[in-house]
Design a protein around this ligand. Structure first.
Ligand code: 6PG
Length: 240
């Protein structure tokens, strides 16, 4: 297994590299297993990638299954909703629609929504329990999905989806470390000068995934990880 680090000059270049990798992984998955099952990232970085993916893709989207790595506990019509962001930036641009399974963050009991999503994920992944791809972002505190520093969710070893909360207190739903680590590939998208320091810290600094959750994925040679950076975020990275 391996950590591949790719650096693009700017946001446009990053989107192009990410779409190339998405298409390659998608074609391989569909050819070898008849479908491409991906958990999508929320946040602003993928927001710039998804429209380009929709525009350039040549995948058979009838064989693509989209899940979410996390969701804010808001209705899917709210601006903060990751589902709404994906609907507007990816799904709207696709003539052939994929299967999409959103986390129902709007229900009164997020714990129930987490259990329900776990059942959906288990049914979809079947015996091998593996996503083809987990697409992830990273916050300036080293969080990914809604796996935030020093939270009980980081130590969840059985459930595939749990309720949690952002440091702001905003209730969230998130896939857990085990199901993300079990993905055939993890692709981590990081862009912008504000991320340069944390990129260097998570790659070169002390291994402390409880404080820097992305390290559950970035610092384990058993995983197949692509770290996709723009130049601003990767300015301190020594690429071999
Ligand atoms: C979310 C994401 C979250 C995101 C990081 C980075 O729901 O916000 O899942 O983990 O990937 O916070 O966000 P940006 O791409 O906006 O910097």
């Amino acid at each position: 297994m391996s950590l591949r680090i790719e650096t693009a000059a700017d946001a446009e270049g990053l989107a192009a590299k990410v779409v190339d990798r998405l298409e390659a992984l998608g074609n391989t998955a569909i050819r070898e297993r008849g479908r491409f099952i991906v958990s999508l990232a929320g946040g602003s970085t993928p927001r710039a990638v998804y429209p380009r993916w929709a525009q350039r893709s040549t995948l058979d989207w009838s064989k693509v299954v989209l899940l979410f790595g996390d969701e804010r506990c808001v209705p899917p019509t709210q601006p903060e909703s990751n589902f709404r962001m994906v609907e507007e930036t990816l799904l709207a641009g696709l003539r052939v629609k994929p299967q999409v399974y959103r986390m129902e963050g709007e229900v009164p009991d997020p714990g129930q929504a987490a259990r329900q999503y776990e059942n959906t994920v288990r049914d979809l992944l079947g015996a091998d329990g593996r996503l083809d791809l987990a697409l992830l972002g990273m916050g300036e505190d080293g969080h990914t999905a809604s796996l935030f520093p020093r939270q009980p969710a980081l130590r969840e070893a059985q459930a595939l989806c749990v309720r949690t909360a952002a440091p702001t207190g905003q209730p969230r739903l998130t896939l857990t470390v085990p199901v993300l680590r079990n993905a055939r590939e993890l692709m981590i998208l990081v862009a912008g000068a504000s991320k340069a320091a944390i990129v260097n810290r998570v790659l070169e600094g002390r291994l402390d995934p409880e404080s820097l959750p992305i390290q559950f994925f970035l610092r384990d040679g058993r995983l197949n990880v692509s770290l996709m950076l723009d130049r601003a975020a990767g300015v301190n990275v020594k690429v071999a």
